[in-house]
Design a protein around this ligand. Sequence first.
Ligand code: ZN
Length: 421
Amino acid sequence: MIVVPLGVASATPTAVRHLPAVALWREGSVFLFDCGENAQMRMLQAGIKRSKIECVFISHFDVDHFSGLIGLLSTLQLQRRDKKLTLVGPKGLQEYVEWNLDFAGINLVYEVEFVEVEEGFENERVVDGDDYYVDARPLNHSSFCIGYRFQEKDKPGKVDADKAERLGISEDHQYKQLKAGEDVTLDDGTVIKSYEIVGHPRPGDSFAYITDTKYSPNSVKLAQNTNILYHEATFGKELADKADETGHSSTSDAARVATEAQTKLLVIGHFSARYTNAHVLLKEAREGFYPAWLAHELRPIFTDPTHERGILSPKVEIQELNKKGDGKSRGSSNRRKGHSGGKKKYRSRKSRDSGGKSRRSKRSRSSRSYRSDDNKKKKYKKTYGSNTYSPNIEDKKSDKSDSDSHKKITPRSSYDDFDRF
Ligand SMILES: [Zn+2]
């Protein structure tokens, strides 16, 4: 199971964060949780095929969570999709979709199955597939909002191929029989018991998607023992009152749900635009629940990294992934070197040599910007320290490991003046 955050903003997108959407890839199929504006483009950039979407789950009708849905349906139409698409969400979803399609004169060439959940429900299995199911429960937001849990059914035990061979199993159909729990009789009459070859069934992986809610016992139920819990943390602890007032979670709420649910990994997202550096939120979440990560757009999270790494190859560079010393990283650092080393510098000096009034003004601009380039590290450090980290939080180790990400901090902008999320 691979979980890819496609948009980690809350209601206001920023220059670097898109509206809410999370893709879950499993055995070649894709499940989309919320579909904010740009979700379909982010899928492309993440290397996820839109044609592979099986179901879209909408949490609620705040615009940021479903504004990309009609565009996605239209793209699937243009791609001449021929398999069914399931849309799950609050009551009204069907009416909304059909009205929009009618308005645009689109006659879908593929089947859409609607699964709607009405306010007042307690717990419902909204999708029941061959080897997975999805449960829904109501959350605690200012409007009717649904949380989801995607659960793989138990997987068959692993086959001990060496032992099978020693016992005389050689044909594919014999392996299949054993895997299905049936015993196999060999030509000489020997019976090979399934349990001798096949191990215990393994529990399936699970994922919970919980966004736009205050702390809720239903979140804990949905997230119980999950491999990955994606939980919103719109606000930091200092704005817990605001979180409560607007029906959202603070970092402490997310950590509390993760702790009570005993999830293996908490991933926080849905960040208020006021947090230009979400690491401050991660620090706070980790104070309550340590195995926590920041949702990073397009950065995949694996439940089985050994087998899943490399299945999805993003079409754009993901900076954080490239910090590790692999091939990609060398490539990108070379590119960086090539970019800043020499060329740019010489070009600006050349223009200085050739003089001219207008050129001179150009030159002074470029030399100014070059100076600031030289001081980049220092400057960013300043931004990092004074504007985004709470002064009372000191963590040298994390500061050091984040030194690379200084370059990625969003500049202060008008977004920061938003008194909303
Ligand atoms: Zn939202």
